[in-house]
Design a protein around this ligand. Structure first.
Ligand code: UT7
Length: 327
């Protein structure tokens, strides 16, 4: 049975990157690493690093303003601001509140989502729920990070992997027919498995050391879980909708490592020609990576209106999730 339903539709996207590019060769001057190791193991060529004093909120505001412009929306059109981040400038208030204030948004609510690299997928699913239950009319959903602030720059096993940036989407409501031809979020699935909360974590915080701490990761373990979890949740999602990999026009994956992206796409059954890759230029920007990739591919004309997208991400927690969205 199908009939008219409310769908949460992506109306516009935007992104922001710090100006400073740091190449692998530059990192190799201060760490025992090399451009060839980083490229071969991760696909990363360079990353952007925030300037002194440039915060996650600054990047989120810039990305949010661009998404509003792309959607043809103004601050009065938004009544929900969600910021997915693990690197807020301050422990509180939420970065979303700061962003709301700076963008001149006055209605509704604003809060942060803490799901690390899966944060944007989590935020998209939360926005979808709040919109379709009538608690908001139009959301600004942002993933923004300055991971450079929580990197141990002496640790080559993590320092080469991350970068800073932000991506955003304006999500509004539109009536659909209730079938798979509808625009908007057709389904989303979120998962967590807290047994693994030490495999990818930060070794500090306001409530323990009183410092921000540094990223620590059991890379090989995380890699293995990432491919299994992402392929698993995607299969569940597609099966639930009655779709196959052939129906997906683009995978917009979390950009942690090109090898994870390739292995996951292979398990899902989508060729790399239909996978958006930005990890080479952005490295892993955690919650910002999916919306940064989405915005890049929309602006360069690869992703077009009406196409069916699979967004997926996995991160610390572990948390992971995926959504099927028709643009
Ligand atoms: O955002 C979601 C979470 N993050 C991820 O999904 C990342 C998941 N993990 C990964 O992407 C990969 O595991 C890494 C890129 C972190 C590491 O790649 P790997 O192929 O799993 O390498 P490894 O950890 O098994 O290390 C291989 C070797 C080791 O040396 P030995 O023990 O074989 O002598 C490391 O010490 O590479 C060494 N190594 C490095 N060498 C040069 C580790 N980091 C570096 C480095 N430069 N930066």
């Amino acid at each position: 049975m199908t009939g008219p339903v409310q769908r949460s539709v992506i109306e516009g996207t935007g992104s922001a990157l710090p100006e400073t590019r740091v190449t692998n060769d530059e990192l190799a001057r201060r760490l025992d690493t090399s451009d060839s190791w980083i490229r071969e193991r991760t696909g990363i060529c360079e990353r952007r690093i925030a300037a002194a004093g440039e915060t996650t909120a600054d990047l989120a505001v810039a990305a949010g303003a661009r998404a509003l412009a792309a959607a043809g929306a103004g601050p009065d059109d938004i009544d929900l601001v969600l910021v997915a981040t693990a690197t807020p400038a301050r422990t509180f208030p939420a970065t979303a509140a700061t962003v709301q204030g700076r963008l001149g948004i006055r209605a509704g609510s604003a809060f942060d989502i803490a799901a690390v690299c899966s944060g944007f997928v989590y935020a998209l699913a939360v926005a979808d729920s709040l919109l379709r239950t009538g608690q908001a009319r139009r959301a600004l959903v942002i993933g923004a990070e300055t991971f450079s602030r929580i990197i141990d720059w002496e640790d080559r096993t993590t320092a080469v992997l991350f970068g800073d940036g932000a991506g955003a989407a304006v999500v509004g409501l539109a009536e659909g027919r209730g079938d798979l031809s509808d625009r908007g979020i057709l389904a989303a699935r979120l998962r967590a498995d807290g047994r693994h909360d030490m495999l990818l974590h930060v070794d500090g915080g306001a409530g323990s050391t009183g410092t921000v701490g540094h990223v620590r990761m059991a890379g090989r373990e995380v890699f293995r879980h990432a491919v299994t979890n992402l392929a698993g949740v995607t299969h569940e999602l597609l099966d639930g909708l009655g779709l196959t990999a052939a129906d997906i026009d683009w995978i917009v994956p979390h950009q942690a490592n090109l090898r994870i992206i390739e292995a996951t796409a292979q398990r899902i059954g989508v060729p790399m020609e239909r996978v958006v890759v930005t990890v080479d230029r952005h490295a892993n920007t955690s919650a910002a990576s999916v919306p940064l990739a989405l915005d890049s591919a929309i602006r360069d004309g690869r992703i077009r209106p009406g196409q069916l997208l699979l967004v997926e991400a996995m991160g610390g927690g572990f948390t992971w999730g995926a959504a099927v969205v028709r643009l």
